[in-house]
Design a protein around this ligand. Structure first.
Ligand SMILES: Nc1ncnc2c1ncn2[C@@H]1O[C@H](COP(=O)(O)OP(=O)(O)OP(=O)(O)O)[C@@H](O)[C@H]1O
Ligand SMILES: [Mg+2]
Length: 309
């Protein structure tokens, strides 16, 4: 119980102050500017202050995320044991991402709060990683996470979250009259917001490359210094828009399916990323102990790689 709440409880046991006399609005307007406002009973004042101090509870209109359905389709871990192991592994993944986002890493990355989850090829676990990483980041004290369905051709997050038909990224990108905020859906998972993909557009890569995109991304990032924007995406080697999307990011998580993805494909994907970004590799679906599935590949490493090593 907070100090204010304790004070409220204590004050409830005391006799209430007499209520201030009611005044018509016109009479209040006539008061001099320095006049004290009519005093509310102390308990009410303290309760009002308690309400202001508390983080906002998800409003009634927030979108319900059906976690049972997400488990059923395999986007959340199937049982508690897997969930516990995944939580441990995600801690290792998110630690450097958070440090970079707050500018506290070894290097500084522009747009460090924009994090894209991608992979070389299809089916490596991008959407699974993006959803679980976003949920894990949303559990961090003081952070808010905006999960964007940036995989426009497939839109798995949009479908699975039941957001088909809602305004999304492509809609606010294609129509300059629309506010990017229109695409943001607050969910009933605390501190988790979602942006659906929106309607398919034949010029997705061109729109991603446009000046409007930078404006939309700035607006989605919001004025909240602690809002992280996590993008799901299409495979880097399969679509042009994924590479363009990556160029707007400060950080990239490259998911690699253990024992499936060819080394050549991983190298080709790495070559499509910038030396100016932080890139972390997640070895997904592997059987090695947790904590050994994450590799930080800093820009120095990428420079060496591009140099032909
Ligand atoms: N770590 C994991 N543990 C359990 N299941 C996983 C894991 N990663 C991925 N999967 C499962 O593998 C399948 C593919 O995962 P996902 O849809 O995330 O891949 P993707 O890279 O987003 O695919 P696409 O390129 O088609 O969008 C899904 O059925 C998902 O449930
Ligand atoms: Mg996917």
């Amino acid at each position: 119980m907070s100090i204010v709440e304790k004070a409220v409880e204590k004050l409830k046991t005391l006799p209430a102050e007499p209520p201030a006399p009611a005044q018509p609005p016109a009479a209040r307007e006539a008061e001099p500017a320095h006049a004290a406002p009519p005093a509310a009973p102390t308990v009410e004042r303290l309760q009002a202050r308690t309400r202001e101090a508390e983080p906002p509870v998800a409003p009634a209109s927030s979108w319900h995320l059906d976690t049972v359905a997400l488990r059923r389709v395999g986007l959340l871990p199937a049982d508690r044991e897997v969930e516990r192991r995944l939580a441990d592994e995600l801690r290792a993944v998110k630690r450097p991402l958070l440090a970079n986002a707050m500018g506290k890493g070894a290097e500084t990355f522009t747009h460090g709060k924009r994090i894209m989850v991608t992979s070389a090829e299809a089916g490596e676990g991008k959407t699974f990683t993006a959803v679980n990483l976003a949920m894990s980041l949303a559990r961090e004290a003081d952070f808010e996470v905006l999960l964007v369905d940036g995989d426009v051709p497939k839109s798995d997050i949009t479908h699975v979250f039941g957001l088909d038909g809602k305004p999304g990224l492509m809609d606010v990108l294609a129509d300059e009259r629309r506010s990017p905020g229109e695409a943001i859906v607050r969910t009933d998972v605390p501190n988790l917001l979602v942006v659906p993909a929106g309607e398919q557009h034949p010029l997705a890569a061109e729109l991603f490359r446009s000046r409007r995109m930078e404006h939309v991304l700035d607006e989605l990032g919001g004025r909240n210094r602690r809002r992280l924007v996590v993008f799901d995406s299409s495979p880097l080697l399969a679509t042009a828009e994924s590479q363009v999307l990556a160029s707007h990011m400060g950080q990239v998580v490259l998911v690699v399916a253990a024992g499936v993805t060819r080394r050549q494909a991983v190298n080709s994907a790495l070559h499509r990323l910038s030396e100016l970004q932080y890139v972390g590799l997640v070895l997904n679906k592997s059987r090695v102990p947790s904590g050994e599935n994450y590799y930080n590949r800093h820009s120095q490493y990428l420079k060496a790689l591009k140099g032909g090593s």
